[in-house]
Design a protein around this ligand. Structure first.
Ligand code: ADP
Ligand code: MG
Length: 559
């Protein structure tokens, strides 16, 4: 028996691969809400804990997967837990469910994670599984697991599949190619802060406005939130939905139409577009080359998501498997694949790196050398295992050493990416004007990253393997990183237009690959310099010019 776990933001599932096929456990209620509550000093998990979200919000924690890998504290009564501990509690409950239903206590398991989880978040997930008494033999990206579930069901269907996964709190998109029984992920993209909850929030705000409700207490907010969730599910079934709301001195009758809901979620629908277009672009495809579209995650049940995806791809999404279960089914199948189970031993699969890896470099801007730029060496969506070489040159004559600092992320400046580790390489003085060092960066499927360097003039080599990826960075530093990523810094000198252009440059850098990235970084460097000099007419001219270049770039990008 092979077990797979979908550890979701909203709901988790455990499934088993047996007799050549996967199935989810849990009978008629396979979804295990990822909610933890404390009642009279004891823990309550799953469905009953979710009920307590409304009645005892101060004793209940939900959506903690969003804080995975951080030290964020969730207060339950008078005790505090972090996301890793809360996840371990859910995993332990799922393990217990499997033991009760199959008579086998799961040991080796495959656990799914969002494609956009970084190494710190992945390590935290792995640690949570170990704490729950499990042996996580592999972490699989959620859309990859979905593709495996669909791929195995209908392996004859060759071509490109677009997997769109909208869960409670995360959005993942990937392009998967099936060719002669090989399943390959060509690209993945997403938004770690977009999910069904946001649609509930949009409905919550619309209802508060339309029915003139101003919730004053946590309890009132919880009631209205609950009504919004009920109406959202109702609108999936019908054009119009209504429900009663107990409110202060009496009951109110709430009702809303699909049209009003679509209108209230316009900005969210807009945010669903970009990752889909980006994934298609990154896979080097045009939308006509997408052969099929698969929807995953409870929130893809909303008609407005189906409509949008159909419009963007020109295809009707498939719905052969239950969107809630697809990831868990794929995770168990992956476990069987790793064990080379007879039911699927002729299916091979490869994966891609979900983020770019690269080094900090200095750039020459005019006659100045500026530090702090990110030079991607392994770009996101490169098939792993992978190994790439990059040539570095000292920036000053007589320089004695080069510091290789490794980062992951999609931002043009290293300060906005995540630092993974560093390697200091000595270079001989006076051998040449400038010394050259060749660095090779390798990334394998188990997540190990290796840096090998060779000094060109002497042949001296050095290397390190980065395994403990949190190592070298204190929790405080990590926290500072995350805060930087979360908040777009606004320099008091800069006007709104300049902030907007800088943000656009960074967004375009994140979308671009290869040569385009160099061009965008050049423009960013020029623009920053102009801002620094506070030369208003120059800034305005640059803004105009860069804006036009970006227009062209973006027009070429959406094919
Ligand atoms: P996760 O992967 O984040 O755990 P799920 O895939 O279980 O999440 O999806 C949960 C989300 O799906 C919730 O926001 C829930 O409101 C939404 N959802 C579930 N069923 C429906 C439905 N029938 N219509 C609209 N939204 C739904
Ligand atoms: Mg999910």
């Amino acid at each position: 028996m092979y077990f797979g776990i979908d550890l979701g933001t909203t709901n988790s599932l455990i499934s088993v691969f047996e007799n050549g096929r996967p199935r989810v456990l849990g009978g008629s209620q396979p979804l295990f809400p990822s909610v933890v509550s404390v009642m009279d000093g004891t823990l309550v998990l799953g469905a009953p804990a979710r009920e307590r979200l409304v009645s005892h919000p101060e004793h209940t924690a939900a959506a903690f997967k969003r804080a995975m890998g951080t030290k964020k504290a969730f207060r339950l009564g008078w005790k505090q837990y972090d996301a890793q501990e809360l996840s371990a509690l859910i995993l332990r409950a799922l393990r217990q469910r499997a033991l009760e239903e199959t008579g086998v206590a799961p040991q080796d398991v495959v656990v799914s994670v969002p494609a956009y989880f970084n190494q710190i978040q992945r390590n935290a997930t792995r640690a949570a599984a170990i704490a729950a008494g499990l042996n996580p033999i592999r972490l699989v990206n959620e859309p990859t697991a979905a593709a495996i579930a669909y791929g195995l069901q209908d392996i004859a269907a060759e071509g490109h599949t677009l997997v769109v996964d909208l869960g409670g709190g995360t959005f993942d998109v990937s392009i998967v190619e099936v060719f002669e029984k090989v399943i390959e992920v060509k690209a993945s993209s997403g938004d770690a802060f977009l999910g069904g909850e946001d649609f509930t929030r949009a409905l919550f705000n619309r209802l508060a406005q339309e029915f003139d409700l101003a919730p004053k207490t946590d309890a009132e907010r919880a009631l209205l939130w609950n009504a919004a969730e009920v109406l959202k599910l109702g609108l999936t079934r019908a054009q119009e939905a209504s429900c009663p709301l107990p409110w202060r001195d009496g009951a109110r009758a709430l009702s809303i139409t699909r049209e009003a809901f679509t209108d209230a979620s316009a900005s969210l629908i807009q945010r669903l577009r970009l990752p889909i277009e980006r994934a298609i672009h990154d896979a080097g495809l045009s939308r006509d080359e997408i052969d099929r579209v698969v929807l995953v995650g409870g929130a893809t049940r909303m008609p407005l998501v189906r409509t949008l995806v159909a419009r963007l791809t020109g295809k009707l999404p498939e719905s052969g498997l239950d969107p809630d279960q697809v990831v868990a089914l794929g995770a168990a199948t992956q476990a069987a694949l790793i064990a080379r189970d007879a039911g699927c031993d002729d299916v091979v699969m490869t994966d891609v790196s979900a983020f770019s890896l690269g080094f900090e470099v200095a750039r020459r801007v005019g006659d100045r050398i500026e530090q702090g730029y990110f030079e991607p060496v392994i770009e996101r969506n490169t098939t792993i295992p992978v190994s790439r070489e990059f040539v570095f040159q000292t920036t000053q004559k007589g320089q004695r050493e080069i510091l290789f600092e490794l980062f992951q992320g999609e931002a043009p400046l290293v300060r906005d990416n995540i630092a993974l580790g560093k390697l200091l390489v000595a270079v001989p003085r006076n051998r040449a004007d400038y010394e050259i060092v060749i660095a090779r960066l390798s990334y394998d499927s188990s997540g190990l990253i290796e840096i090998d360097t060779k000094v060109a003039s002497t042949g001296a080599t050095r290397s390190i393997v980065i395994t403990d990826l949190t190592g070298g960075l204190s929790e405080r530093e990590l926290d500072a990183r995350r805060k930087t990523l979360a908040a777009l810094k606004v320099h008091p000198r800069e006007g709104a237009e300049n902030v907007a252009l800088s943000a656009r440059l960074e967004r375009c850098f994140a979308m671009a690959l290869g040569e385009d990235r160099v061009t965008i970084q050049d423009m960013l460097a020029l623009f920053r310099q102009a801002l620094e000099r506070q030369h208003l007419s120059e800034i305005a001219a640059l803004r105009e010019q860069i804006g036009q270049t970006l227009d062209q770039f973006e027009a070429g990008y959406v094919r």
